[in-house]
Design a protein around this ligand. Structure first.
Ligand SMILES: Nc1ncnc2c1ncn2[C@@H]1O[C@H](COP(=O)(O)OP(=O)(O)OP(=O)(O)O)[C@@H](O)[C@H]1O
Ligand SMILES: [Mg+2]
Length: 311
């Protein structure tokens, strides 16, 4: 597999606190890679380190197999947090000035960029009167002018209405499929990323919890899980484990410590998950344990994300 971008144990400390730790990401060339995490998880901080805007406390970044330098940054187009423009100038003047500042202005690339983001009709309007979605698209157009191989978008759908979100999704897909760009996008909404991404990483509190394909994420969670609380969880855990029930660790977050999770993988000749739950309760009852709560879950992707991140 060819990786366009890799990070190796990236870490960032702000005021004595590690806000990002040990983030190792591998972004395959040609992929749409979703970088997911709740607010404050460390997405923007990681992206800024990838772009060389802030210096990592630890770890390093490689672009196309080479250590991050000014030279290979030319392969990356990026929008971090809300893009800023000269409001009193037109979209066209902004894109010209900003491209000129970044060094290379290829007129055809500039015109193509305006077309692909769908701003042709409004490009001579002042940015002052642009909607949020138009600003976002202008920012993408600007980042496309130097013909990058990788586009990094920090929460590209932030502040957009459902239609704007859909347009952005279509644009991202077009840039990936037709222009062959690798897209790395951050988001705090899994359901949105799920629709377009083929690879995902999930972070929370600065820690990487999952990295893989969307298929892997789904497969890893295609089993049912029985969740229960008993009068004595530690005894119940031991007992169930000794009876060959597969007690799994609580999913990454604090609250779930109060519960026991048991994996249920459907097999031929085995009853369904409800019979399985009854088996569990009879084992526990036989040992004099009381069950306070018992439920079966089949996590969809959104709840997988919630389980990972606890938000
Ligand atoms: N310059 C800074 N100085 C101190 N703390 C910072 C600085 N930048 C970020 N942080 C802290 O680092 C943590 C991660 O912030 P970051 O902006 O990377 O999160 P995020 O995942 O992008 O969140 P959001 O979804 O809200 O954009 C937060 O707790 C934030 O307060
Ligand atoms: Mg952010």
């Amino acid at each position: 597999m060819n990786y366009i971008l890799r990070t190796y144990r990236l870490a960032k400390r702000f005021r004595f606190r590690l806000r990002v730790r040990d983030i190792s990401l591998s972004v395959p060339e040609g992929s749409i890679y979703g970088f997911l995490g709740p607010n404050g998880a460390g997405k923007s901080t990681t992206i800024k380190m990838i772009l060389g805007l802030i210096r990592p406390t630890n770890g390093h970044v490689e672009i196309l197999g080479e250590r991050l330098k000014r030279k290979n940054l030319a392969h990356i187009g990026a929008i971090v947090e809300s893009p800023r423009f000269y409001d009193y100038m037109s979209g066209m003047d902004n894109i010209r000035v900003l491209s000129w500042l970044s060094g290379r202005v290829d007129e055809k690339a500039l015109q193509d960029a305006i077309d692909v983001v769908g701003l042709r009709k409004r490009i001579h309007d002042k940015v002052k009167i642009y909607s949020q979605g138009m600003r976002q698209r202008l920012a993408i157009a600007c980042s496309l002018v130097p013909a990058p191989k990788l586009l990094i978008l920090d929460e590209p759908t932030n502040g957009l209405d459902p239609e704007g979100v859909r347009d952005m999704r279509d644009l991202i897909l077009e840039l990936n499929k037709k222009w062959g760009l690798t897209i790395f996008l951050s988001s705090h909404v899994l359901s949105e990323v799920e629709k377009i991404a083929d690879h995902v990483a999930i972070i929370s509190d600065g820690i990487l919890l999952f990295e893989g394909t969307v298929n892997q994420l789904q497969k890893e969670h295609s089993t049912n899980v029985v969740k229960l609380m008993t009068s004595d969880n530690s005894r119940a855990r031991d007992l169930l484990a000794s009876r060959m029930f597969q007690v799994i660790p609580p999913p990454a977050t604090r609250d779930d410590e109060r519960f026991i999770f048991i994996d249920f993988t459907p097999q031929p000749g085995r009853g369904d998950v409800h019979e399985f739950a009854m088996e569990i309760s009879s084992v526990l009852a036989g040992a004099g344990l009381t069950i306070g709560e018992l439920s079966t879950e089949k996590p969809d992707l959104e709840s997988i994300f919630l389980r990972y991140t606890g938000t």
